[in-house]
Design a protein around this ligand. Structure first.
Ligand code: PAZ
Length: 364
């Protein structure tokens, strides 16, 4: 009898439980309501026009170490992939909801941002105290300006910022759910570099983590303002798992992170069951990239994983999709930008060059 009851009881939906737990334990960002209202209006406007709409996520999420955040863990992403792709999506006729890390690269302004050239370098003094583009930059600037104005004037681009991993996940869930009426005309292009580990709120310090015990005396209500050595310092407690020079445990900051739940399953099955979902997979070890991309596709059953390596991401990516052979896309490697960080041919362009056109030899 018991075994019959057990076999009839549906197994708990672990993904749904993890979602409930995460979103109730991690408070939404203060702007979520405002951002949701903007996203709703934008999505409904384009849905009514029968237009295709893409959510592009871009830039890195932070992992705060304190609730009143002074310190956080970050990652390398500048948002180049997302901002560049957004421009090409606009060119292809998509409305673009650009969910990006605050202060990371934005479509159009990325051409003149802090990450490559300073925008002031493109300007000169004009007649009568005016400021104009330098002659050699004017044609490109006019081109970018026209495309930017067009996107803005036709309400084709909505910019929504996030900072932390939980800001990002709250916003992603809301926007993906709002996109449901678009069905397959809604595309989710997940290029953001999303943290895999975080500090859960119940283990997060309320205030700035202290590096000395100077404040302890005040906190304990003592009249003495002189820092006292802690018991741990008195005892000179050392861990034995690290190398010299030895530092007492009391002086270290040991960060203990939990894994961020993998919400791609929830996205595919619940938040956006009909949307087209493209995720990115970043690795540094070339021997595991395709394997990890395939694993992600098998596990989450979405439409496409674009794999890329940290060192070569600007000129080669691999497309891994169900039932198709892996497809490498490569563009010639040629440094661009004042700091040489960009690639002259943008791989995000929708018609990448034939791999055979690659120059001889490996890029540096
Ligand atoms: O922002 P960026 O252009 O410097 O880098 C883009 C990228 C490598 C973050 C992106 O292509 C990507 O792989 N995003 C997913 C990263 C991940 O595996 O979480």
């Amino acid at each position: 009898m018991l075994s019959q009851i057990q076999s009839e009881t549906p197994p708990p939906n672990l993904a749904a439980l993890a979602e409930d737990h995460y979103f109730s334990a991690n408070p939404p960002p203060k702007d979520l309501e405002k951002h949701t209202a903007l996203a709703r209006e934008f999505i409904n406007y384009h849905a009514a026009a029968g237009r295709r709409l893409v959510l592009v996520t871009s830039g890195g999420t932070t992992v705060p170490l304190e609730k009143n955040t002074v310190r956080f863990i970050d990652n390398f992403s500048a948002g180049t992939r997302g901002a560049t792709s957004a421009e090409y999506f606009l060119e292809a006729g998509y409305a673009v909801l650009f969910l990006h890390r605050q202060f990371s690269l934005l479509p159009f302004s990325r051409h003149y941002s802090h990450a490559t050239d300073c925008f002031l370098d493109f300007l000169r003094e004009g007649p009568n105290g005016s400021v104009v583009a330098r002659d050699e930059d004017a044609a490109k600037m006019l081109h970018v300006l026209r495309k930017y104005r067009d996107a803005r004037d036709r309400n084709m681009l909505l910019l929504l910022p996030f900072v932390s991993i939980s800001d990002y996940l709250h916003a992603l869930r809301c926007v993906a759910q709002l996109m449901q009426p678009l069905g397959p005309r809604g595309l989710l292009y997940l290029a953001a570099a999303v943290s895999d580990f975080f500090v859960p709120p119940d283990r997060m310090s309320e205030h700035k983590i202290q590096s000395t015990n100077a404040a302890d005396a005040f906190k304990k209500g003592s009249s003495s303002a002189t820092p006292q050595p802690s018991a741990a310092e008195d005892e000179e407690t050392f861990d034995n798992f690290d190398s010299s020079p030895k530092v007492p445990r009391s002086k270290r900051l040991v960060i203990d992170l939990d894994p961020v739940p993998k919400f791609l399953k929830n996205l595919v099955e619940g938040w956006s069951p009909q949307g087209m979902i493209v995720s990115f997979k970043l690795e540094t070890d070339p021997t595991i990239l395709v394997h990890k991309a395939k694993y992600s596709l098998d596990r989450y059953q979405h439409h496409l994983v674009i794999g890329n390596l940290l060192a070569t991401r600007k000129w080669e990516v691999v497309f891994v999709s169900p039932g198709s052979p892996d497809r490498w896309i490569r563009v010639p490697f040629r440094k661009a930008g004042a700091d040489g960080s960009g690639n002259a041919v943008e791989i995000e362009k929708d018609e990448p060059l034939d791999p055979k056109s690659l120059p001889d030899g490996e890029p540096e």
